[in-house]
Design a protein around this ligand. Structure first.
Ligand code: NAD
Ligand code: UDP
Length: 314
């Protein structure tokens, strides 16, 4: 059994990761300041006496007593809507929060896992994106608070590896979806689900021909655990390489929800990436990992959760 700290534990991925680590018999310490997370996501985790939770802002000094085997840093604002509203908090958690959690991992001699993002590739000029692609990010652009904080975070992780010999992992996560996303998260799948289930038109930004590649949450958690358990110290793309246009996604959401509301086209947010598609050769070869859940299946598995959220909202 290991003793593992998960930051961003009350969020979407963090809470599933806590559940998974607890199911594997580990002791898990969850940490979150609940800026966007919800403690209901941790209801299952709280059932375990091997779970504890601390409400704490990871941009401030972190004190954890006792030993730690791993520090998994997931805390961040992760939705474009949230990071547009809170760019300073976003920069701080990617920069200061990564620094504090790295310092803690160094102090405890723990393995460190950083959840980076496909956004380090910005609006990519190559498609699909391999890890060797260096990206196309505007440092003064509207998404830079997120993109640059994650790029800086990767650099800081690299520095702790080189200067302090810290055992590090870097996951470049591509769009992931599933239960426990907030209805008001603002990312495309919660938006489309909410709209389809309430009979509103689905808001497609731009002409809807931009692409994303959507990974179901259980596949993502398997990938993150495989990375943690590996000895790969270089960044690894984790995502589903099934590239879709947003128009296609909207059609499928209407089909799986039985929605009949149709679509409406709205202005594309500035610098919205035109394509995104992970090259996961490295994850397949070095982690033996690849996704299993197709888009339609994953959406079908998510509908009930979004329906329940809507009922609870009324
Ligand atoms: P999420 O918003 O559901 O969860 C993030 C959690 O971090 C929230 O609970 C929030 O309250 C917490 N948090 C934010 N700032 C904090 C701070 N200063 N101190 C403590 N807690 C703080 O997001 P998610 O989708 O679960 O994403 C988890 C991680 O994965 C993030 O680092 C995100 O950047 C990365 N990621 C996610 C995706 C995706 O599609 N879900 C894609 C790329 C990268
Ligand atoms: N999008 C959309 N309608 C919405 C929300 C998002 O068409 O209601 C588009 C958005 O412009 C982007 C894609 O869906 O092209 C994915 O957006 P999301 O916010 O989920 O995350 P991103 O991949 O941009 O980080």
């Amino acid at each position: 059994m290991s003793r593992i700290l998960v930051t961003g534990a009350a969020g979407f991925l963090g809470s599933f990761l806590c559940d998974r680590l607890l199911a594997e018999g580990h002791e898990v310490i969850g940490m979150d300041n609940r800026v966007s997370g919800q403690t209901e996501n941790l209801d299952a985790a709280f059932e375990h006496d091997r779970f504890s939770f601390y409400e704490h802002d990871v941009t401030e000094f972190i004190h954890v007593s006792g030993e730690l085997d791993a520090v998994l840093h997931l805390a961040s604002l992760a939705s474009p809507v949230f990071y547009r509203d809170y760019p300073i908090k976003t920069l701080k958690v990617g920069a200061l929060g990564t620094h504090k959690t790295l310092g803690l991992a160094k102090e405890k001699d723990a393995t460190y896992l950083f959840t980076s993002t496909s956004e380090v590739y910005g609006d990519p000029e190559v498609n699909p994106q391999p890890e060797s692609y260096r990206g196309n990010v505007d440092p003064y652009g509207p998404r830079s608070c997120y993109d640059e904080s994650k790029r800086y975070g990767e650099s800081l992780v690299r520095a702790y590896r080189d200067e302090h010999d810290l055992d590090v992992r870097v996951a470049r996560i591509f769009n992931t979806y599933g239960p426990r996303m907030r209805l008001d998260d603002g990312r495309v799948i919660p938006n489309f689900m909410r709209q389809a289930l309430t009979g509103e038109e689905l808001t497609i930004y731009g002409d809807g021909e931009q692409t994303r590649s959507f990974c179901y949450v259980s596949d993502m958690i398997d990938g993150l655990v495989a990375l943690l358990e590996s000895d790969v110290q270089e960044p690894v793309n984790i995502g589903n390489p099934d590239e879709r246009t947003i128009n296609e996604l909207a059609e499928i959401v209407l089909e799986v929800t039985g929605g009949e509301s149709g679509f409406t086209y709205e202005e594309l947010p500035p610098q919205d990436p035109q394509v995104r598609w992970p090259d996961i050769t490295k994850a397949r070869e070095e982690l033996g990992w690849g996704p299993d859940v197709g888009l339609r299946d994953g959406l079908e598995q998510s509908v009930e959760y979004f329906e329940m959220q809507l009922e609870a909202d009324i």
